[in-house]
Design a protein around this ligand. Structure first.
Ligand code: IDP
Ligand code: MG
Length: 143
C-alpha cells in the first residue's frame, strides 16, 4: 500500500491546528500509520529539503522549519501521495484551492502549514528519514 510523509509545520503546530489537519487527512480516507512530535535540527532539515538547496528561500526555510516543534505523520492508502497533496492544496496559501489545508491554515508561501511528499519514490525516502520501521503500524481501517 502506498505511503506518504506529512509534516505539520511549526506555524500550524503553534496555532493549534495539528488535530484539525490530521482529521482532514483521515477524512480523505487515508490511514494514519505513524505519528510523532519532534523539533527538526539543522542537519535533518537540510537533508529533508536538500532538493531546494540552491533556491533563494532555502536558508529562510531551514530557519523556519527548525524554529519550533513539528508533527510528523505517515499516511497510507491508495494514491496516498496524490491524495494528501490534493487535500493540502497549492504551495502558496493565497492561491490554494478553497477548502484545502493550506488555504484554511497556511499564512504565506513559506509558513504554509504542511509538507507532503511529492512522489512515491520521495515518500519512501522521506518516511525513512523520520521513522524507524518499528514506528510504522499495520492495521485495517474500519468504516
Ligand atoms: P511543496 O511543499 O508544495 O512541495 P516546494 O516547492 O517543494 O513546495 O517547496 C518546499 C517548501 O519551501 C514549501 O512548502 C514552502 O514552505 C517553502 N517555499 C516554497 N517556495 C517558497 C518561496 O518562494 N519563498 C519562501 N518559501 C518557499
Ligand atoms: Mg515539495
Amino acid at each position: 500500500m502506498e505511503r506518504t510523509l506529512v509534516l505539520i509545520k511549526p506555524d500550524a503546530v503553534e496555532r493549534g491546528f495539528s488535530g484539525a489537519i490530521l482529521g482532514r487527512l483521515e477524512k480523505a480516507g487515508l490511514t494514519l500509520v505513524g505519528l510523532k512530535m519532534l523539533q527538526m535540527d539543522k542537519a535533518l532539515a537540510e537533508r529533508h529539503y536538500a532538493p531546494h538547496k540552491e533556491k533563494g528561500f532555502f536558508k529562510g526555510l531551514i530557519s523556519f522549519i527548525t524554529s519550533g516543534p513539528i508533527v510528523a505523520a505517515v499516511f497510507e492508502g491508495e494514491d496516498a501521495v496524490k491524495t494528501a497533496r490534493t487535500v493540502m492544496g497549492s504551495t502558496d496559501p493565497s492561491k490554494a484551492e478553497a477548502g484545502s489545508i493550506r488555504k484554511d491554515f497556511g499564512l504565506d508561501i513559506e509558513r504554509n502549514a504542511v509538507h507532503g511528499s511529492d512522489s512515491v519514490k520521495t515518500a519512501e525516502q522521506e518516511v525513512m528519514l523520520f521513522f524507524k520501521s518499528t514506528e510504522i503500524f499495520n492495521y485495517t481501517r474500519k468504516k
